[in-house]
Write a protein of this length. Structure first.
Lengths: 423, 206
């Protein structure tokens, strides 16, 4: 048993080699010498025995497997499938594979129904897991087949040789007849598959309802709901995938498509974009529309003229900066600290019991302070709840610093001892 | 070279458009005529500003830039994908792709079809619907002089609004030659190095 991490590490070390092996041989056999040649091309500075050791390591890790009764090697099927998936080089599967999986899904759903009715937790769980596995496999098949068809089409389109149309499209027509048509027949709204999906969905829905009603097997409810939505989604995915496949195959099959040098080039580039990404393919080669330099330079003649005009009129001006020593230091307004005000008010109330006009008292106490600030403190004190406040019955007119105020002044008294204790 | 600026009556317009990445083709009659008439003057004027004014014989003027701003690079790639998928679309419809590319009006239906059939590609450009394709690609093509807005006169789609591509799109067709599949490059690597070796050999011999 080889530790998985070591296999993955080896694959990652030699990924370029595996990539080439998949592209070039994709499932066919090759010799150890071929592998060594690839490695030494990849690493021209490696010596012969190191190259041999690395090649042999791939065999040891069972990434490459010797063929029966031959000295030739082939890629481990699991590695091959995974690499094909990564490289978007999948091979077209069989319509029957999907059919079998869907049939199996149907059988499992019947078993699931029985186990739910029998309230068998273990069986329910097991069937759920198996059905989930089938759904994943079906989606994977559709995904892989779509990519594979795209590849077949791209190849047919990009082929530069002067083959007859019949020859050029042979693979395409086979793909259409052997995969798309049976699949379409199967997936068709009136076909059996739709019926199967509906049945499975009904079973799952019933199961969910009965769990909700009885509370038995409630731990499985989440899984059942998930399974149901996956199956619904799967149907949508399969329809969309098949439609796309049919759309790309149709023009070739009907021999509608015009082939010119241009379309061959385009098909090749599109195929590369599909496999390696748009940015990777185009970044270096797409035409440049506007550069950073153009963006940052002055745009219009107007701008340039305006800029030049400014330069022509430019005159330097003498300006004397003020000396720090000459300026009178601006002192901040002597705004008394509010806590101090409260403290003094309380002290005053202790000796005088009450203040009949709080505003006049404040303005007398803080004669330095400007009128608006006195008013601010007056209001803040009245709202603070630190002293008991009453409004005077009759209006009074007061002379503050630079302002005359007429108001019903607040009268202040000390808070009750009880309420101040509460605070 | 003596340039009489008073003759270059559209200098301001032309400069603004070209520097902004716009391609002036025969559609812009006045600008085109002026550029055509005073091509040398404009070329040297732009050269002294640090720009290469290019005249393509297929009927358009543009400023040849060495690199793209990040944003314009992205836009250019979206243009490329759109042009190439359009060629595919026309070829698959049984039309001569090159003729159709410049003659057919790209209506909303066509855009829908492009996005649907090449979903994997447009998805990479963050375009997932015909409306987005119109907004992100075709409207920008207008702004860069790659397309004009027009009404279709084809019998099937008569009266529908759409876009018609202009000659500057040839830049993207030329770019096809530059994009060689990677595999091919690898295979030619060895031959190339052989060539270089033999060339060096010859030089030594001389």
């Amino acid at each position: 048993m080889i530790p998985a991490q070591r296999i993955i590490k080896t694959i990652s070390e030699h990924w370029r080699i595996i990539e080439v092996l998949v592209e070039r041989y994709s499932g066919l056999s090759f010799s150890l010498q071929d592998v060594q040649n690839l490695i030494s091309r990849q690493h021209p500075d490696w010596l012969g025995d190191k190259v041999f050791n690395e090649a042999y390591k791939l065999v040891n890790m069972e990434i490459l497997i010797p063929q029966a009764k031959s000295s030739h090697l082939q890629l481990n099927q699991a590695v091959l499938e995974f690499s094909q998936y990564l490289l978007h080089e999948q091979q077209l599967g069989l319509a029957e594979e999907i059919h079998v999986l869907i049939d199996n899904l149907k059988r499992l759903s019947t078993k699931l129904e029985l186990s739910i009715n029998a309230k068998d937790l273990d069986d329910t769980r097991r069937y759920c897991r198996q059905m989930d596995d089938r759904v994943r496999k079906i989606i994977k098949q559709f995904d892989g087949n779509e990519r594979a068809i795209q590849n077949i089409v791209d190849q047919a389109k990009a082929d530069l040789t002067n083959l007859s149309l019949e020859k050029r499209y042979k693979a395409v027509i086979e793909a259409f007849d052997e995969y798309i048509e049976p699949m379409l027949e199967m997936i068709d709204i009136n076909g059996g598959v739709k019926q199967t999906f509906d049945d499975v969905e009904l079973i799952l829905s019933n199961a969910v309802t009965s769990i909700e009603r009885t509370g038995v097997l409630s731990s499985e409810k989440e899984i059942l709901i998930q399974l149901r939505s996956r199956i619904l989604e799967m149907y949508g995915i399969s329809l969309a995938s098949l439609r796309r496949c049919a759309d790309v195959l149709m023009p070739l099959r009907e021999e509608l498509r015009k082939n010119t040098l241009l379309t061959q080039q385009v098909a090749e580039v599109l195929s590369q974009m599909r496999k390696k990404g748009v940015d990777n393919t185009l970044t270096e080669h797409s035409p440049h529309l506007s550069s950073d330099y153009q963006k940052s330079s002055l745009g219009t003649a107007n701008q340039i003229t305006a800029y030049m005009a400014e330069l022509v009129d430019y005159q330097d001006e003498q300006m004397e900066m003020p000396d720090i020593a000459d300026t009178v230091a601006q002192l901040p307004a002597a705004l008394p600290d509010f806590d101090v005000v409260v403290h003094q008010t309380r002290a005053r109330l202790k000796s005088a019991k009450r203040i009949n006009n709080m505003l006049s008292w404040l303005s007398d106490s803080y004669q330095e302070v400007a009128a608006d600030e006195v008013l601010y403190i007056y209001q803040k004190l009245a709202n603070s709840g630190e002293v008991a406040i009453n409004t005077s019955e009759k209006p009074e007119t007061l002379q503050l610093k630079g302002a005359t105020v007429t108001l019903y002044p607040y009268q202040a008294a000390a808070l009750d001892s009880a309420s101040s204790d509460k605070k | 070279m003596q340039i009489n600026l008073s003759e270059l009556t559209y200098l301001q317009d032309i400069n603004k458009k070209l520097v902004g990445g716009y391609h002036i083709s025969e559609q812009d009659v006045q600008l085109w005529q002026q550029l055509d008439q005073y091509q040398d003057e404009y070329t040297s004027l732009f050269a002294s500003l640090g720009y290469r004014l290019k005249h393509d014989v297929r009927g358009f003027f543009f400023i040849d830039a060495d690199d793209s701003t990040v944003n314009m690079g992205k836009i250019s790639r979206a243009f490329a994908v759109t042009v190439y998928t359009l060629i595919e679309y026309f070829a698959d419809s049984g039309l001569d792709p090159l003729r159709a590319l410049f003659e057919k009006v790209v209506t909303e239906d066509v855009m829908q079809n492009l996005v649907q059939n090449q979903y994997h590609l447009f998805e990479q450009l963050e375009i997932t619907s015909a409306a987005e394709l119109k907004r992100d690609v075709f409207n920008r093509m207008l702004r860069n002089g790659f397309a004009i807005e027009t009404i279709s006169t084809d019998s099937e789609t008569e009266g529908q609004a759409g876009f018609k591509l202009l000659a500057p799109v040839y830049r993207y067709l030329d770019a096809l030659d530059q994009i060689k599949p990677q595999e091919e490059l690898e295979q030619t690597d060895d031959q190339l190095s052989d060539l270089v070796d033999s060339a060096a050999q010859e030089q030594n011999d001389e």
